[in-house]
Design a binder for this molecule. Structure first.
Ligand SMILES: Nc1nc2c(c(=O)[nH]1)N[C@@H](CN(C=O)c1ccc(C(=O)N[C@@H](CCC(=O)O)C(=O)O)cc1)CN2
Ligand SMILES: NCC(=O)N[C@@H]1O[C@H](COP(=O)([O-])[O-])[C@@H](O)[C@H]1O
Length: 319
């Protein structure tokens, strides 16, 4: 039973429902109540000083507090800590922290196979705090690539996945999921990664894996469409416009829900390399913009399953 239904059935006036980051509760409207019978269930008990306690259902490691109904509005005296009683009572208490919203920085894993320019753009955004997150891991199928070189130079741990001729030391899908989970990675960013992610990982990180594609999906996407091949196909097709797409990742290549796009005109005399260079510049900006929204919990999902970036809490930006 949904928490909200349970709350109504128990006669509560309002209730927190939580889907957001598990180390902080940032209620948009501080409305909460202890729902009889729910506190004992697996969930997250939020302590707001002496004002009230509320119960939130855990997302997959993320909680956002928002009021479900107009009701008694309390004041959140402090976002101190809250106890996460998930998975059989294991208690995990975290201090909120991070920016002035109290939102903690998200831990990111970036997957690369090549030059890593998108990875470098994301990392630069994290360092100047344009992105409220930190790159905790780099994963690659090509340990000798430039993206891995950059990670090593910046003391970012590197995992080889999958095992193969380029990476005999590569780990298994299960080890990959365990390693990322253990490190507290919340979001996965594919940045020029050229292998199909295993379904174990896709299922372990629902609505938490992004990819950047150098074309306007659903056109020019899918198996065989990567790197320069994409731009060659665009030019050959006579398309007048191409661009960049950021999308959530599902089990197949490039079919996940589109989050944001940018258009790039194709010039009549473009070579694939010239077109690729213009698209790549847009990719860096678009991906950083999308990842920033992801780390600040500013993405909401339309009822038809389309993800939308919120410019701020109350203003959607349909990019
Ligand atoms: N489960 C998913 N995994 C990946 C996705 C995805 O959407 N879901 N996106 C790709 C990135 N990508 C396009 O954005 C992409 C990458 C690679 C290929 C492809 O055809 N690869 C070749 C192998 C290429 C090589 O190893 O040199 C192939 O599979 O035969 C298509 C699209 C990343 N993973
Ligand atoms: N389908 C996947 C794909 O083609 N990805 C593309 O590979 C390039 C990697 O560049 P980078 O390593 O410099 O970020 C980027 O253009 C990215 O969109």
């Amino acid at each position: 039973m949904e928490l909200s239904q349970l709350a109504r059935s128990s006669g509560s006036s309002a209730v927190f429902v939580a889907q957001g980051r598990s180390d902080v509760c940032r209620p948009r409207a501080a409305v909460g109540v202890s729902v009889p019978g729910v506190r004992q269930s697996r969930g997250v008990a939020l302590r707001h000083g002496s004002v009230m306690e509320s119960v939130a259902l855990p997302g997959r490691g993320r909680v956002r507090c928002e009021s479900l109904q107009e009701g008694r509005v309390g004041s959140v005296e402090e976002k101190t800590t809250f106890v996460n009683r998930l998975e059989g009572g294991a208690e995990d208490t975290r201090q909120s922290g991070g920016n002035d919203d109290g939102l903690a920085r998200a831990k990111l894993a970036v997957f690369v196979s090549g030059g890593g320019s998108n990875f470098r753009a994301i990392h630069a955004g994290c360092k100047k705090n344009a992105i409220h997150g930190d790159v905790a891991f780099v994963v690659s199928d090509k340990p000798g690539c430039k993206g891995v070189e950059y990670a090593t130079e910046n003391n970012i741990p590197v995992l080889a996945y999958p095992r193969g001729k380029n990476a005999p030391e590569g780990i298994s899908p299960t080890e990959l999921v365990e390693s990322l989970r253990l490190a507290g990675v919340e979001y996965i960013l594919l940045a020029g990664y050229l292998r199909l992610l295993p379904s174990e990982l896709v299922h372990a990180y629902p609505r938490a894996i992004l990819n950047i594609h150098p074309a306007l999906l659903p056109s020019f996407g899918g198996k065989g469409f990567f790197g320069m091949k994409v731009h060659e196909a665009v030019i050959r097709s006579g398309a007048r416009y191409t661009g960049a797409t950021v999308h959530f990742v599902d089990e197949k290549y490039d079919t996940g829900p589109i989050l944001a796009q940018r258009v790039v005109p194709v010039r009549v005399d473009d070579t694939p390399a010239e077109l690729a260079s213009r698209v790549l510049k847009e990719e860096h900006k678009l991906y950083s913009f999308a990842v920033s929204a992801l780390c600040e919990d500013r993405i909401f999902w339309r009822e038809d399953g389309v993800p939308i970036i919120r410019k701020s809490w109350d203003e959607a930006e349909y990019l």
